[in-house]
Structure formats: structure tokens, C-alpha cells
Design a protein around this ligand. Structure first.
Ligand code: NAI
Length: 216
């Protein structure tokens, strides 16, 4: 497959294609036209074609898309064919909720260790994974071939912890703390802000209500 820079907007849409194709595959559906996929996903057929053209198309004229093939190719693009070892830092409400979610493992994201600075939590377990003291973080990351850290700690301590992670060779950070981290460029950071999504919902709700008012 030709390697070219793919826009973040396209990358952002791939997980959704991946989920839908996974469901189709589970239902035993072998192929789907871009029109049917478009109806199912409520995305225009031309958007789907444009997105898939970034990777050489995948489709065949008159045949549509081979579901299994497309699913596998998107999995390769997203790097889901390889397993990732994760540490989760901050075993509070959010950290424990994430650690309790089993489906990350099905996608190859394995939480190997959980860390917290609160001595009252150290030694407790979340889904069989012990919560460890922060002192052991660097050694654990190195010994367990950890490549991704999940940060579910307050923003006041996120920068300091990110520096420690950078120092022990972490390659990526899934950051839930509400702060933009200053880490070396080779470390990939994905910031997650659930409230952004909620604000988008609020905007759409507002817009809908206004349009309704105008019609009345
Ligand atoms: P929490 O207070 O329940 O948990 C935070 C945990 O981090 C505690 O167990 C605490 O002991 C630990 N901690 C604090 N400093 C630490 C350090 N330096 N090293 C290791 N562990 C440390 O808070 P909650 O509700 O779980 O939220 C965690 C963070 O995630 C907060 O910063 C919150 O603002 C953020 N958050 C972000 C969301 C998002 O969508 N990005 C959604 C919800 C929360």
C-alpha cells in the first residue's frame, strides 16, 4: 500500500468505519456497496469513497467493498494488529472505570499496571490488577515493555508525571488530564476531553431548539 500523509480528519473517522465493519463481519456479511455503507453510517457515499481513496480505494467497481478485507486493512492502518502494553496512572473514579472496561483488551490494549500516589489505594486491585506505588513506575515501564501510559490524574500533577514517563521511554500518552502536555515530539499524545463532546451536544441541542422556535 502506498504510504502517504493522511489527514487527522480521515484518521478520526477510521475507528467508526472499523466498528461498523466489525459489526457487519460478525453478522456474516461479506460485501457492501458504498451506498449501503453510506445509508448505514449516515455518511455520504462520496465521503466514504474519498476517505478510502487515501489508502488506494479498497473497492471494486460494481462489487462494492469486501468487508473482511476492508476491516483488516483499516486495522493495519490503525496499528491494531499489534498488542500494546499500557500503564494507567491515577486509580480514582475515571482511572478505575477505564481499568474495568474489558473491551480495550479485545482491541489489543493491555493494562499491565496501575499506579497511584495515594498510599490508601496501593495494594488494592482493579479487575485483578494491583495498584502500585509511584516509586516503582520507571522500573515497571522498562521491565514490562510498556509503550502507552493513560493519565487519569489531576492536571496539577500531569506535567511532572509526563516528564517521568518521557524519561523512561514511554512512546505514547492517552491524556485525560485537562492540560496540554509538554513532552518531546517523538511521544504521541492523544488528549481526551469528554466535556468537548458534551459541549458539541449542547450546541446541537441549542441549534435544534432555536430552529424549532423559529418554525413555530
Ligand atoms: P479522582 O480524584 O477520583 O482520581 C484521581 C486519582 O489520581 C486519585 O486516586 C489520586 O490519588 C491520583 N493522583 C493524584 N496525583 C497523582 C500523582 N501525582 N501520581 C499518581 N496518582 C496521582 O479524579 P477523577 O474523577 O478520576 O479524575 C481524574 C482526572 O481526570 C482529573 O484531572 C479530572 O479532571 C480528569 N477528568 C477528565 C475527563 C476527560 O474527559 N478528559 C473526564 C473526567 C475526569
Amino acid at each position: 500500500m502506498e504510504e502517504k500523509e493522511i489527514s487527522q480528519a480521515v484518521i478520526g473517522r477510521l475507528p467508526r468505519y472499523y466498528r461498523y465493519l466489525g459489526d457487519l463481519k460478525d453478522q456474516g456479511i461479506e460485501r457492501i456497496s458504498s451506498q449501503d455503507l453510506s445509508t448505514l453510517m449516515k455518511v455520504t457515499a462520496s465521503q466514504i469513497r474519498q476517505d478510502f481513496n487515501n489508502f488506494g480505494g479498497f473497492g471494486q467497481q460494481g462489487y462494492g467493498y469486501n468487508v473482511e478485507y476492508l476491516y483488516e486493512e483499516i486495522s493495519k492502518i490503525l496499528g491494531l494488529y499489534q498488542k500494546h502494553n499500557l500503564v494507567l496512572i491515577g486509580a480514582g473514579n475515571l482511572g478505575q472505570a477505564l481499568a474495568n472496561y474489558v473491551n480495550f483488551e479485545k482491541r489489543g490494549f493491555l493494562i499491565r499496571g496501575i499506579f497511584d500516589s495515594n498510599p490508601a489505594l496501593v495494594g488494592k486491585e482493579v479487575r485483578g490488577i494491583p495498584i502500585r506505588a509511584m516509586e516503582g513506575l520507571e522500573a515497571f515501564v522498562k521491565e514490562n515493555d510498556i509503550d502507552i501510559a493513560v493519565l487519569t490524574i489531576p492536571k496539577t500533577s500531569a506535567e511532572e508525571v509526563a516528564e517521568r514517563l518521557a524519561g523512561c521511554g514511554i512512546k505514547a500518552i492517552w491524556n485525560f488530564a485537562h492540560v496540554d502536555l509538554n513532552v518531546p515530539e517523538h511521544i504521541q499524545v492523544e488528549n481526551v476531553h469528554l466535556s468537548d463532546s458534551l459541549m458539541k451536544l449542547s450546541y446541537n441541542l441549542n441549534r435544534y431548539n432555536k430552529e424549532k422556535e423559529q418554525k413555530e
